[in-house]
Design a binder for this molecule. Sequence first.
Ligand SMILES: *Cc1c(COP(=O)(O)O)cnc(C)c1O
Length: 486
Amino acid sequence: MLETSKNTLDPSDWNAFRLQGHRMLDDMMDYLEHQRDQPVWQPMPEEVRLSFRQALDDGQHDLESAHQLFMKDVLPYALGNVHPGFMGWVHGGGTPIGMLAEMLAAGLNANLGGRDQAPIEIERQVVQWTRELFKFPETASGLFVTGTSMANLIGVLIARTALLGVGVRHEGITAGNRQLIAYTSANAHVSIVQAMDIAGFGSNALRTIPVDERYQMDIAALELAVAEDRKAGMTPFFIAGTVGTVGVGAIDNLHSIAELCERENIWFHVDGAYGALAMLAPDIAPRLQGIERADSIAFDFHKWGQVPYDAGFILVRDGELHQSAFASPADYLKRESRGMAAGSPWPCDFGPDLSRGFRALKTWFTLKVYGAEKLGQVISNTCTLAQHMKRRIEAEPLLELLAPVALNIVCFRYRSADANRINADIVIALQESGIAAPSTTTLNGQLAIRAAIVNHRTTANDIDALINAALELGKIASKNTPQAQP
Ligand SMILES: *Cc1c(COP(=O)(O)O)cnc(C)c1O
C-alpha cells in the first residue's frame, strides 16, 4: 500500500469527512431554501464582532466546530443580498447552481493563468458566448476579472496602448509629452475616476460631462469638451459610455458616442457593469443598440447575471491589441506547441493577473443550466418590478419619484420637512427592520431612497413590503422631527 504523507492536509477519515461535508452542503441549501423566513439583514452583536479578534494560535477547532461557528456567527450577519428583499446598491442574488459550481471549482483548484487544460477551454467558451451576445468579431478577446472596476482599468490601459503604441509599456505615458484626456458622464461610476488615477494619468485628466434630464451624457457638451481639449493641444483618447448608471439606471446614447469616437479616433469603452447583460432580454436589448460598436465592454456576471461573486469581465474588439497591452514573456512562462505549456496565448497574456481562479466555471454552469433565455427573463422581470414600484410611488401622495425609471433602479423619497435627514433615517430603519434593504443616493442635492432590483427572487410582494414599510417609517420619522427649522 502506498503511504500517504504524514504532513497531508487531507482527512484521515474520509467517511467522517464526507458526512460532515454533506451536513455543510445541507445547511447552505436550507439557508437558500428558507431565505424568506430570515430578516434581510440584522446588526451584528458586539460580542460576535469581538469573536473575530482572536490571536492566530488561539484555540484550534475541528471542522465540525468551525462550521458551527460559521453557522452561529457568520451566516446570520451576512449582508443579505441573496434575500428577495435586498435592493441596496447593485448586488446580485447568486444561485444554488452557482454555489455548487464554486464547490467543484474549489475541488479542482484550477489556476487559470495559463497552460493546456480544460478549465481554460471553459473560459474560452464563455468568451465565445460574449462575442456572440455583443455581436463582436471572432478576433475579439475576453477575460474574467474581479469586477467591472478592474475591467474599466483594463479598458483605460488598452486604450492608452492603442494611442501611444506598445512602447508606452517601456517608456511610460509621459515619454511623448502628450497629454491624454478621457471623458465620461458626471453620473458614471467612480471606478472610471480610479482607473485614470491608477493608470497614472491622474483623475484631473478625466472630464466629467454633464447629463441631460434623462441622466444620459449630454452629447453636445461631450463634443464641445473634446474640441476644446484638441484646441488646447491635448489628446482625447478614451470615452466611457455607461449602460445602466449606478445612480438611476440610465443608458447613454451609444450610437452618438460611437460616431464621435470614430470621427475623432478615440477609444469607445462601455461600462456596462450591471446593464450590459440586458442583451440577454429581447425586450430590453434594443435599447442597448450601439454597444456592438464599442472597442471594449466592461461588465459583471455577478450582478444581473446572478453568478456568485466575483465574476467581472472585459471584452475587447481587437484581441491582438489587447494581448500586446499586457503580454509579458518570462523564462518560466515559456510556451510550447505540445505538453502542458501549449495553448498560447494564455489568459495571463490579457491582464495583470497571473494566478487566476476558475470564475468561468460558475458562469458556464449558470448559462448552461438556466440558459440565456431564462436569465433574460429574470432581467426583464426586474425591470417590470421597477415599473410596479414606480406606479406604487406615484399613487402615494406622501411619496415622490426622484428620477425616471429606465431599467431596474427606482429613486424616490418620503415628502417631509428636512427630507434629506428623514429619508436617510427611513433607509437605516428599513435596513434594521429586516423587511427590505434599499440604499441611498443623492440626486440634485436631494437624498433619495434607492431600490435596485437585481435579485431573481424578488417579487411584487417584496416591492409592496418595501413601500408599505417606507410609508410607516416615514410617518414615525417625520413625527419625531421638530418642524419648520430655520
Ligand atoms: C457595480 C458597478 C461598477 C463596479 O463594478 P464592480 O464589479 O463592483 O467592480 C462599475 N460601474 C457600474 C455602472 C456599476 O454598477
